[in-house]
Design a protein around this ligand. Sequence first.
Ligand SMILES: Nc1ncnc2c1ncn2[C@@H]1O[C@H](COP(=O)(O)OP(=O)(O)OP(=O)(O)O)[C@@H](O)[C@H]1O
Ligand SMILES: [Mg+2]
Length: 283
Amino acid sequence: MPITYDSVHFVYAAGSPFESAALNGISLVIEPGSFVALVGRTGSGKSTMAQLLNALLVPTSGEVVVDEFVNSADKKKRSRKLKGLRKKVGLVFQFPEYQLFLDTVEKDVAYGPKNFGASREEALEKAHQAILEVGLDASFFERSPFALSGGEKRKVAIAGILAMEPDVLVLDEPTAGLDPEASREALALFRKINAKGTTIILVSHDMDLVLEAATRLIVLENGKVVKDGDPSSLFEVDLTSYALEEPKVFRFVDLLKKNGLELSPSNIRDVESLAKAIKEAKQ
Ligand SMILES: Nc1ncnc2c1ncn2[C@@H]1O[C@H](COP(=O)(O)OP(=O)(O)OP(=O)(O)O)[C@@H](O)[C@H]1O
Ligand SMILES: [Mg+2]
């Protein structure tokens, strides 16, 4: 079943002097299995949208529906049992490494599955599988999560969510602060997970990554959707007006055009597809 945001408004600290309207009427449907990128300037409402998905936040008005779970401003409609929702929607926070808390990596990653009813052995097995899946080897199982590098901690935090086998994986800035190789590895992992059928919602400022991976792009500005479509439609958008960086391959397409080689950007998402388009244009 799809995810639906229906006329969602969200106000932080409503009624106080610190009141801040973060979302101003979001209505959209996200199809199962899609890879959606959520972009927009700092403060545009991305993390707020993400946290409504597993009911860490409750809409001020409107509702967010994920399968049978309703997160609504209306108390009568709102689902009371949220455990199933938390298993279904795995949310990796901005800087998730701050949430590691157990003394070994395997215990930390096994915490989620155990909490959702797996036996100790099952939980450990799922944990080991998830740790290997994010690209850490077995020598990490018994290490302390606090004695890892920032990038390794990030991987452990992602493994902790994957171990719960969510249907929807929400990633809030998962590659911020990672080196280019670690970012590429992370991207390959998200694509692999998506290929198995998991819906991915990726919040990112990295437009190269977004263009390469997402099948749909949503641009937020002041808590509203201002663009929604195929990521290659970004080429027509004045990205700077939303404080977004132009993907590198688009800049390249622009420069080629200025030098007399016209390419259609619609199939260009990364260096490989750019090279292919150039080759075809020259034939
Ligand atoms: N806990 C909070 N209390 C009050 N206002 C908040 C709180 N969290 C966020 N806001 C405000 O809500 C708006 C949207 O914030 P949100 O964190 O969703 O933005 P974002 O798009 O994720 O930004 P960033 O790219 O910086 O992570 C901002 O104006 C922000 O200042
Ligand atoms: Mg944010």
